[in-house]
Design a protein around this ligand. Structure first.
Ligand code: FAD
Ligand code: SF4
Ligand code: SF4
Ligand code: SF4
Length: 397
């Protein structure tokens, strides 16, 4: 008798969430990089017992939760963390740190994306604020989930609180994998533009280290450094030989490849997980457009937009909101300058050329030849100048 192998979702739609690999009790699904460096499940046929758990856990095959454009039930807030040092180290306004603070007060564990020692992006757990510093700042390459979903289920079954933060498709993967609701699980997604290839990111690190530091290893990397402010953030590398590199995001070749969609995962170009209505408890993003919408919060040091998506999240919000300066805003209009929340990025016609050539041509020259137009931040220039001046006088402690 011929037994059919499990049918996971189509390759083009696979988000690499790793739910299927976490679900397989026989350990016969391995997440391996494809030719572009994106992880994809590979099933070891000889070990498969045809239980179907992997198929049941795939969020692309089985829609879980709610995503879409329905009128928002969410309440939206414009937010600054009151602790200026936290805000300086955070991508936008520091919402994530405040939610971690709440979890630790409940003896819980936080999961989020960190750089490992080679600056690959991996999901890991944090059991206190020291470890949270590694999870802060957005890392623009797809993170490797590893066994995190199994660890989360074990912690929840022990009665622990858990916060999982990640892209909306990772939230969908975890939700489908768990297959039931847990009162003590807090799901926090980011507004997600898309995720670049981990291999392109590794090649860029190699390129940078050759160009800047004669091949020396980087010891710190920040793709959202606020040394030039928040709206016009910088990319910052520090190398072991003391050299450092800093460039505004609009001039850095990797960030230009990212925002021009040259190296995103194929599933990102037709993302099923965007929308105002979300399956997470909280959604957090940069409050792009705050300068026009809530000018009182536009100080150039980072503003978060946070969506409180349900009753559970609202009760947490009521306990953490004293850590913020905040103002409630209309959920739908707050996204006017943030298309990534609602719409998939467009796949450029030169993507294939870029993906076929980034490793055999000069990275910077290739990006320049494919996307010569630099998209400046829409924030008025005089405001940026005043903020730079202000920051020079008032450096954070
Ligand atoms: C790949 C990516 C694309 C994004 N695109 C947009 C966008 O288009 N518009 C927008 O408004 N906001 C976007 N964001 C979200 C935004 O940059 C901030 O992460 C968010 O505003 C939280 O702000 P914070 O100050 O609280 O963050 P921080 O304290 O700096 O926390 C950063 C959070 O991002 C998570 N994270 C970091 N890197 C990754 C990764 N590679 N994969 C999964 N999770 C990760 C961390 O676990 C942490 O929870 C994106 C984030 C990521 C990771
Ligand atoms: S059908 Fe069961 S054993 Fe086979 S790969 Fe899927 S989860 Fe593993
Ligand atoms: S569960 Fe995730 S990684 Fe596995 S096939 Fe589905 S989308 Fe891909
Ligand atoms: S754009 Fe969609 S598919 Fe791509 S990483 Fe973000 S949530 Fe996942």
């Amino acid at each position: 008798m011929v037994i059919d192998m499990p049918q996971l979702c189509k390759s083009q739609s696979c988000t690499g969430c790793s739910a299927c690999a976490n679900a397989c009790l026989k350990g016969c699904i391995h997440m391996n990089p494809d030719s572009e460096g994106f992880l994809r499940p590979e099933i070891q046929e000889s070990a498969c017992i045809h239980c179907g758990l992997c198929e049941k856990s795939c969020p692309v095959l089985h829609a879980v939760g709610q995503w879409g454009p329905e009128p928002a039930k969410a309440k939206a807030f414009c937010v600054h963390h009151q602790d200026e040092a936290v805000r300086f180290e955070s991508t936008s306004g520091g919402v994530f740190t405040a939610l971690c603070d709440w979890i630790f007060r409940h003896d819980g564990i936080v999961f989020g994306a960190s750089f490992d020692t080679s600056f690959q992006v991996v999901h890991m757990q944090a059991d206190g604020m020291d470890a949270v510093s590694k999870l802060r700042t957005a890392k623009y390459a797809q993170s490797r989930i590893g066994d995190c979903f199994q660890e989360i289920r074990a912690l929840l079954n022990q009665g622990r609180y858990v916060l999982f933060s990640g892209t909306p498709c990772q939230i969908a993967g975890l939700t489908a994998y768990l297959g039931r609701e847990y009162e003590k699980l807090l799901l926090v997604d980011v507004i997600c533009h898309g995720v670049p290839s981990p291999t392109v990111w590794q090649e860029y690190i190699r390129h940078r280290s050759q160009a800047d530091a004669q091949g020396a290893k980087p010891i710190a990397v920040n793709l959202r450094s606020k040394i030039t402010g928040w709206p016009n953030y910088s990319v910052h590398f520090v190398y072991e030989n003391g050299v450092d590199y800093s460039a505004p995001n609009s001039a850095d070749p990797f960030m230009r490849a990212f925002v021009n969609n040259l190296c995103l995962r194929p599933s990102c170009y037709d993302c099923q997980f965007k929308g105002i209505t979300r399956a997470s408890d909280f959604t957090m993003g940069d409050y792009w457009g705050v300068w026009g919408q809530v000018p009182a919060f536009d100080d150039g040091k980072g503003t978060s937009l946070v969506m409180v998506n349900n009753e559970k999240a609202m009760s947490v919000w009521n306990e953490v909101c004293q850590l913020f300066r905040y103002q409630q805003v209309d959920a739908a209009s707050s996204l006017a300058d943030n298309p990534s929340a609602l719409y998939s990025p467009e796949e450029p016609s030169c993507r294939e050329y870029f993906m076929g050539n980034y490793s055999n041509q000069d990275f910077g020259n290739l990006v320049n030849s494919l996307c010569p137009v630099i998209t400046p931040c829409k924030r008025p220039t005089w405001k940026r100048f005043l903020n730079l001046l202000y920051r020079k006088i008032h450096k954070p402690e």
